[in-house]
Design a protein around this ligand. Structure first.
Ligand SMILES: *[C@@H]1O[C@H](CO)[C@@H](O)[C@H](O)[C@H]1NC(C)=O
Ligand SMILES: *[C@@H]1O[C@H](CO)[C@@H](O)[C@H](O)[C@H]1NC(C)=O
Ligand SMILES: *[C@@H]1O[C@H](CO)[C@@H](O)[C@H](O)[C@H]1NC(C)=O
Length: 228
């Protein structure tokens, strides 16, 4: 099983997976992630209109295990300036993704919005004035259980513009999220140390099939998040 996983890893894009994964302790999962395409999935989520939005950030399966849960990723999101949606009111439809892990298409686990420094009400502001947001998917199915968390990040227009994505909003959203995640962050007594690595070759560049016709640069940023 492990060698199968490693073989898949070798096939996946031009990514330098941390080689210390090979000697990983077994209470951690052994892979940063698996390429969804190799398992019949996609690096684009289904926007429900025949088009897709890019899974442009991956939180590595080699991160601290406590980050790779719904509560864990929500706390990390708060540490980097995002929170749950305004008063738990959701303003759009859930989107689904197939991460090639044997679960098929699965709806997002949660959607988090930029909170402008106020975890309680700031996301209401995001809903009104626009800002960064992301949808969360876990790669934890039976055939590719990396534990990695895939994020579809985009920067939105305000409500008057019907929450469409700003021009170049996928790449901009990714870069903004990564900038706020890098280094040391903390929330609710948990401190994170985060590093980033860009991956090319996992996702095609361009606008073919991309929702709102907004081109992507084809870069996926892999974050490794450790609780310190
Ligand atoms: C996602 O959620 C919507 C609304 O609840 C539901 O209609 C749809 O079937 C779900 N899709 C998947 C793939 O579970
Ligand atoms: C937003 O949606 C409403 C209702 O569908 C529509 O009337 C309006 O033109 C849209 N606004 C923009 C900027 O697309
Ligand atoms: C990843 O690529 C983006 C876009 O080119 C760049 O802004 C960012 O600095 C890169 N990050 C790393 C860790 O190389």
């Amino acid at each position: 099983m492990l060698s199968y996983k490693l073989a898949v890893l070798c096939l996946s894009a031009s990514v330098l997976i941390a080689t210390n994964a090979l000697g990983a302790v077994f209470d951690k999962r052994a892979a940063a992630f698996f390429d969804p395409v190799l398992g019949g999935g996609s690096m684009f989520i289904d926007a429900g209109n025949g088009l897709g939005e890019p899974l442009n950030v991956i939180i590595s399966g080699l991160s601290s295990p406590d980050v790779l849960t719904l509560d864990g990723v929500t706390n990390f999101a708060r540490a980097i300036g995002f929170s749950q949606e305004c008063l738990d009111i959701h303003l759009g439809n859930p989107f689904s993704a197939n991460l090639g892990d044997g679960h098929g298409a699965v709806n997002q686990s949660v959607e988090l919005r930029q909170d402008f420094g106020d975890p309680a009400l700031g996301t209401c502001l995001e809903s009104l004035i626009g800002g960064n947001h992301f949808r969360v998917f876990f790669q934890n199915g039976p055939t590719a259980d990396s534990g990695a968390v895939f994020l579809a990040v985009s920067k939105e227009e305000d409500l008057e513009e019907n929450h469409t994505i700003v021009p170049d909003g996928y790449d901009i959203g990714r870069n903004l999220l990564v900038e706020s995640a890098l280094g040391t962050t903390s929330f609710s007594g948990v401190t994170y140390s985060t590093t980033a690595q860009n991956i090319t070759g996992l996702m095609p560049a361009g606008s073919a099939g991309v929702n709102h016709g907004i081109a992507v640069d084809g870069i996926v940023t892999l974050l490794t998040v450790n609780i310190v």
